[in-house]
Write a protein that binds this ligand. Sequence first.
Ligand code: ADP
Ligand code: MG
Length: 284
Amino acid sequence: MKENNMEPIIKIENLIFEYRKEEETPPVRAIDNVSLTIEKGSFTAVLGKNGSGKSTLAKNLNGLLIPTEGVIYVNGYDTADDNHIWDVRQSAGMVFQNPDNQLVSAIVEDDVAFGPENLGIDPAEIRRRVDKALEDVNMGPFRGKSPHMLSGGQKQRIAIAGVVAMKPSCIIFDEPTAMLDPKGRNEIMSIIKELHEEGITVILITHFMEEAAAADRVVIMDEGRIFLDGTPSEVFSQGDKVRSVNLDVPLAVELAARLREKGIDVPQNIISTEEMVEFICQYE
Ligand code: ADP
Ligand code: MG
């Protein structure tokens, strides 16, 4: 836990978001009265089956979508206030599922510099930020390469570096590992954890329960509403509720429940595979 973690970085008040197509067709309500406060420096995982409103919520957090009703403050700025849209976008960076849709330049370092250049930052400072961001994602040696030559995981790391170089307070990752192989997925997860340790507020939308176990808060969405909200152990200990919205619990939680049925006293706070391994090793 970081200092001043009781300060909100994002405040969502009674958010309703409706997609409108043509005038005649009724609007689709994707977010139905969500209120949520995200503390500075926290790591929140957002779960929910397809269509539950996760991506719509994410896009509302950095002003890509503007609330139909309700209000969202990011770093104190109202996302609906045109005068502060760049403050909102700079404060809350977004990383999407498909890195190919996020890379814009033919050279890796130009890509990472793109965001800060658009913020009008001085070239020497941009250079420093690009160096640091590439180092953060372990892609320094690839700076002169073409993004098209890289693997999916490497491209996603470049996309993350591009967001990091804008020095956001908060990064919203919308299923960043969904298109990656297990190795790429692990690399992205380590980077997300390191960014969080450096003090960045992380919101991670994922359908991998193991990834959610790494967060300090888990929010489950269902039909545009918040269905469960708590620490990973609070949420995942409610296995039946979690399964009722078509989600699984992390493997370690499932194993812990089965071991308890066999009379082994497994502590409630075991959520991650690493914690389970440590617990089992005591029995050697
Ligand atoms: P998730 O990310 O959890 O899968 P989404 O936020 O993408 O959910 O979608 C929430 C709801 O909004 C779904 O019913 C979906 O069909 C609808 N929706 C998403 N994008 C659009 C769009 N551009 N136009 C109309 N409806 C949309
Ligand atoms: Mg989505």
